[in-house]
Design a protein around this ligand. Structure first.
Ligand SMILES: *Cc1c(COP(=O)(O)O)cnc(C)c1O
Length: 225
Protein backbone atom coordinates (compact mmCIF):
# COMPACT_ATOMS: atom_id res chain seq x y z
CA UNK A 1 0.00 0.00 0.00
CA UNK A 2 1.27 3.46 -0.87
CA UNK A 3 0.02 6.68 0.67
CA UNK A 4 -1.62 9.51 -1.21
CA UNK A 5 1.47 11.64 -0.60
CA UNK A 6 3.71 8.96 -2.11
CA UNK A 7 1.54 8.52 -5.19
CA UNK A 8 1.25 12.29 -5.69
CA UNK A 9 5.05 12.64 -5.43
CA UNK A 10 5.66 9.66 -7.71
CA UNK A 11 3.38 10.98 -10.45
CA UNK A 12 4.99 14.42 -10.13
CA UNK A 13 8.40 12.81 -10.61
CA UNK A 14 7.18 10.80 -13.63
CA UNK A 15 5.83 14.01 -15.17
CA UNK A 16 9.18 15.79 -14.72
CA UNK A 17 11.06 12.78 -16.11
CA UNK A 18 8.78 12.52 -19.16
CA UNK A 19 9.10 16.26 -19.74
CA UNK A 20 12.91 16.25 -19.68
CA UNK A 21 12.98 13.18 -21.92
CA UNK A 22 10.82 15.08 -24.42
CA UNK A 23 13.01 18.18 -24.12
CA UNK A 24 10.15 20.09 -22.54
CA UNK A 25 9.90 22.26 -19.44
CA UNK A 26 7.71 20.65 -16.76
CA UNK A 27 6.63 24.17 -15.76
CA UNK A 28 4.52 24.40 -18.89
CA UNK A 29 2.47 21.36 -17.82
CA UNK A 30 -0.66 21.59 -15.68
CA UNK A 31 -1.47 18.56 -13.56
CA UNK A 32 -5.22 18.21 -13.02
CA UNK A 33 -5.97 15.61 -10.37
CA UNK A 34 -9.26 13.94 -11.30
CA UNK A 35 -11.05 13.40 -7.98
CA UNK A 36 -14.35 11.91 -9.18
CA UNK A 37 -15.67 9.22 -6.81
CA UNK A 38 -13.52 10.58 -4.01
CA UNK A 39 -14.66 12.80 -1.14
CA UNK A 40 -13.89 16.46 -0.46
CA UNK A 41 -11.55 15.40 2.35
CA UNK A 42 -9.24 13.75 -0.22
CA UNK A 43 -9.21 16.98 -2.22
CA UNK A 44 -8.26 18.84 0.96
CA UNK A 45 -5.36 16.41 1.55
CA UNK A 46 -4.17 17.00 -2.01
CA UNK A 47 -4.36 20.76 -1.48
CA UNK A 48 -2.09 20.33 1.54
CA UNK A 49 0.34 18.44 -0.72
CA UNK A 50 0.35 21.37 -3.14
CA UNK A 51 -2.26 20.45 -5.78
CA UNK A 52 -4.39 23.34 -7.06
CA UNK A 53 -6.14 21.92 -10.15
CA UNK A 54 -8.88 19.32 -9.82
CA UNK A 55 -11.07 17.55 -12.36
CA UNK A 56 -14.60 16.23 -12.03
CA UNK A 57 -16.94 14.64 -14.53
CA UNK A 58 -20.44 14.89 -12.98
CA UNK A 59 -22.06 18.08 -11.75
CA UNK A 60 -24.20 16.17 -9.24
CA UNK A 61 -21.02 15.13 -7.48
CA UNK A 62 -18.79 18.12 -8.24
CA UNK A 63 -21.12 20.92 -7.18
CA UNK A 64 -21.49 19.89 -3.50
CA UNK A 65 -17.83 18.79 -3.41
CA UNK A 66 -16.61 22.20 -4.58
CA UNK A 67 -18.65 23.84 -1.82
CA UNK A 68 -17.30 21.43 0.81
CA UNK A 69 -13.71 21.97 -0.30
CA UNK A 70 -14.19 25.75 -0.10
CA UNK A 71 -15.26 25.27 3.53
CA UNK A 72 -12.41 22.89 4.33
CA UNK A 73 -9.71 25.10 2.79
CA UNK A 74 -11.22 28.62 2.61
CA UNK A 75 -7.93 30.46 2.07
CA UNK A 76 -6.84 28.51 -1.01
CA UNK A 77 -7.66 29.38 -4.59
CA UNK A 78 -8.73 26.15 -6.28
CA UNK A 79 -9.19 25.58 -10.00
CA UNK A 80 -11.97 23.15 -10.94
CA UNK A 81 -11.92 21.60 -14.39
CA UNK A 82 -15.08 19.97 -15.68
CA UNK A 83 -13.98 17.01 -17.83
CA UNK A 84 -17.11 14.89 -18.28
CA UNK A 85 -20.00 15.05 -20.67
CA UNK A 86 -21.98 18.16 -19.78
CA UNK A 87 -25.77 18.13 -19.95
CA UNK A 88 -27.06 21.48 -21.15
CA UNK A 89 -29.37 21.84 -18.13
CA UNK A 90 -26.34 21.55 -15.80
CA UNK A 91 -24.38 24.33 -17.48
CA UNK A 92 -25.41 27.08 -15.05
CA UNK A 93 -24.51 24.96 -12.06
CA UNK A 94 -21.10 23.99 -13.48
CA UNK A 95 -20.25 27.62 -14.23
CA UNK A 96 -20.61 28.47 -10.53
CA UNK A 97 -17.40 26.60 -9.68
CA UNK A 98 -15.60 25.58 -12.89
CA UNK A 99 -12.69 27.58 -14.24
CA UNK A 100 -12.55 25.41 -17.35
CA UNK A 101 -14.73 23.01 -19.30
CA UNK A 102 -12.68 20.42 -21.20
CA UNK A 103 -15.64 18.68 -22.80
CA UNK A 104 -17.11 21.10 -25.29
CA UNK A 105 -18.36 18.32 -27.53
CA UNK A 106 -21.38 19.50 -29.50
CA UNK A 107 -22.93 22.65 -30.97
CA UNK A 108 -26.02 22.55 -28.72
CA UNK A 109 -23.81 23.10 -25.66
CA UNK A 110 -22.79 26.46 -27.13
CA UNK A 111 -26.39 27.66 -26.92
CA UNK A 112 -26.49 26.84 -23.21
CA UNK A 113 -23.12 28.52 -22.59
CA UNK A 114 -24.16 31.54 -24.61
CA UNK A 115 -27.33 31.98 -22.55
CA UNK A 116 -25.44 31.62 -19.27
CA UNK A 117 -23.34 34.75 -20.04
CA UNK A 118 -20.58 33.75 -17.62
CA UNK A 119 -16.85 33.65 -18.40
CA UNK A 120 -15.21 30.24 -18.64
CA UNK A 121 -12.21 28.65 -20.33
CA UNK A 122 -13.08 25.90 -22.79
CA UNK A 123 -11.37 23.08 -24.62
CA UNK A 124 -12.92 21.45 -27.69
CA UNK A 125 -13.27 17.71 -27.16
CA UNK A 126 -12.21 15.74 -30.21
CA UNK A 127 -13.91 12.68 -31.60
CA UNK A 128 -10.95 10.71 -32.94
CA UNK A 129 -13.07 7.88 -34.30
CA UNK A 130 -14.76 7.71 -37.68
CA UNK A 131 -18.13 7.29 -35.94
CA UNK A 132 -19.88 10.67 -36.08
CA UNK A 133 -22.30 9.55 -33.35
CA UNK A 134 -19.56 9.38 -30.74
CA UNK A 135 -19.08 12.37 -28.42
CA UNK A 136 -16.77 15.13 -29.56
CA UNK A 137 -16.04 17.15 -32.65
CA UNK A 138 -14.58 15.37 -35.65
CA UNK A 139 -11.41 16.93 -36.99
CA UNK A 140 -13.12 17.68 -40.30
CA UNK A 141 -15.60 19.93 -38.43
CA UNK A 142 -13.09 21.52 -36.07
CA UNK A 143 -12.59 24.85 -37.86
CA UNK A 144 -16.29 25.53 -38.23
CA UNK A 145 -16.99 24.61 -34.60
CA UNK A 146 -14.06 26.73 -33.36
CA UNK A 147 -15.45 29.74 -35.22
CA UNK A 148 -18.78 29.27 -33.43
CA UNK A 149 -16.94 29.14 -30.08
CA UNK A 150 -14.93 32.27 -30.91
CA UNK A 151 -18.15 34.13 -31.69
CA UNK A 152 -19.21 33.86 -28.02
CA UNK A 153 -17.29 36.63 -26.22
CA UNK A 154 -17.29 35.24 -22.67
CA UNK A 155 -15.84 31.87 -23.74
CA UNK A 156 -12.06 31.75 -23.69
CA UNK A 157 -10.98 29.04 -26.13
CA UNK A 158 -7.87 27.33 -24.74
CA UNK A 159 -7.33 24.35 -27.01
CA UNK A 160 -8.32 20.78 -27.74
CA UNK A 161 -9.05 17.83 -25.49
CA UNK A 162 -8.71 14.19 -26.41
CA UNK A 163 -8.90 10.72 -24.93
CA UNK A 164 -6.73 8.02 -26.49
CA UNK A 165 -8.99 5.13 -27.44
CA UNK A 166 -8.75 1.73 -25.81
CA UNK A 167 -6.91 -0.72 -28.00
CA UNK A 168 -5.46 2.04 -30.20
CA UNK A 169 -1.79 2.94 -30.36
CA UNK A 170 -1.59 5.94 -28.02
CA UNK A 171 1.34 7.41 -29.99
CA UNK A 172 -0.80 7.58 -33.08
CA UNK A 173 -3.80 8.99 -31.18
CA UNK A 174 -1.78 11.71 -29.44
CA UNK A 175 -0.18 12.63 -32.77
CA UNK A 176 -3.66 13.12 -34.23
CA UNK A 177 -4.56 15.31 -31.26
CA UNK A 178 -1.44 17.39 -31.92
CA UNK A 179 -2.39 17.75 -35.60
CA UNK A 180 -5.88 18.86 -34.55
CA UNK A 181 -4.28 21.39 -32.21
CA UNK A 182 -2.24 22.84 -35.08
CA UNK A 183 -5.36 23.07 -37.19
CA UNK A 184 -7.24 24.86 -34.39
CA UNK A 185 -4.42 27.37 -33.96
CA UNK A 186 -4.82 28.46 -37.57
CA UNK A 187 -8.15 30.06 -36.61
CA UNK A 188 -7.47 30.58 -32.89
CA UNK A 189 -3.74 31.22 -32.36
CA UNK A 190 -4.15 31.62 -28.58
CA UNK A 191 -5.83 28.21 -28.23
CA UNK A 192 -2.51 26.41 -28.00
CA UNK A 193 -3.16 24.04 -25.12
CA UNK A 194 -3.68 20.28 -25.33
CA UNK A 195 -5.68 18.47 -22.65
CA UNK A 196 -4.57 14.86 -22.99
CA UNK A 197 -3.05 12.05 -20.97
CA UNK A 198 -4.53 10.03 -18.11
CA UNK A 199 -3.09 7.61 -15.53
CA UNK A 200 -2.18 4.95 -18.09
CA UNK A 201 -0.74 7.13 -20.83
CA UNK A 202 0.31 10.57 -19.55
CA UNK A 203 3.99 9.97 -20.27
CA UNK A 204 3.21 9.23 -23.93
CA UNK A 205 0.92 12.27 -24.04
CA UNK A 206 3.73 14.50 -22.73
CA UNK A 207 6.00 13.22 -25.50
CA UNK A 208 3.36 14.38 -28.00
CA UNK A 209 2.80 17.88 -26.67
CA UNK A 210 0.10 17.52 -24.00
CA UNK A 211 -0.08 20.54 -21.68
CA UNK A 212 -2.98 19.64 -19.36
CA UNK A 213 -2.77 16.16 -17.85
CA UNK A 214 -5.95 14.72 -16.35
CA UNK A 215 -4.75 12.10 -13.88
CA UNK A 216 -7.05 10.21 -11.51
CA UNK A 217 -6.34 6.71 -10.18
CA UNK A 218 -2.52 6.88 -10.37
CA UNK A 219 -2.77 9.53 -7.64
CA UNK A 220 -6.07 8.95 -5.86
CA UNK A 221 -6.06 5.16 -5.81
CA UNK A 222 -9.22 3.19 -6.48
CA UNK A 223 -12.60 4.88 -6.42
CA UNK A 224 -14.08 5.29 -2.97
CA UNK A 225 -17.66 6.55 -3.27
C1 LIG B 1 -11.75 9.78 -15.04
C2 LIG B 1 -11.20 10.63 -16.08
C3 LIG B 1 -9.82 10.87 -16.18
C4 LIG B 1 -8.81 10.24 -15.24
O1 LIG B 1 -8.72 8.87 -15.50
P1 LIG B 1 -7.63 7.95 -14.75
O2 LIG B 1 -7.51 6.77 -15.66
O3 LIG B 1 -8.23 7.60 -13.43
O4 LIG B 1 -6.39 8.71 -14.64
C5 LIG B 1 -9.38 11.71 -17.18
N1 LIG B 1 -10.22 12.28 -18.07
C6 LIG B 1 -11.55 12.06 -18.01
C7 LIG B 1 -12.42 12.70 -19.03
C8 LIG B 1 -12.09 11.23 -17.03
O5 LIG B 1 -13.41 11.02 -16.99
Amino acid sequence: MTSLAERYARVGQSISDAASKAGRNAEELTLIVVTKNHPATLVAELIDLGARHFGENRDQEASPKAAQVAELRPAVEINWHFVGQLQSNKTKSVLKYAKAIHSLDRPSLLDALNKAQLPVEVFIELNLTSDANRGGIQIANLTEFAEAVLAIPHLSLRGVMGVAGLGEDPNREFERIREASAKLMQVAPAAKFISAGMSEDFEVAIAHGATHLRIGTAITGKRQI
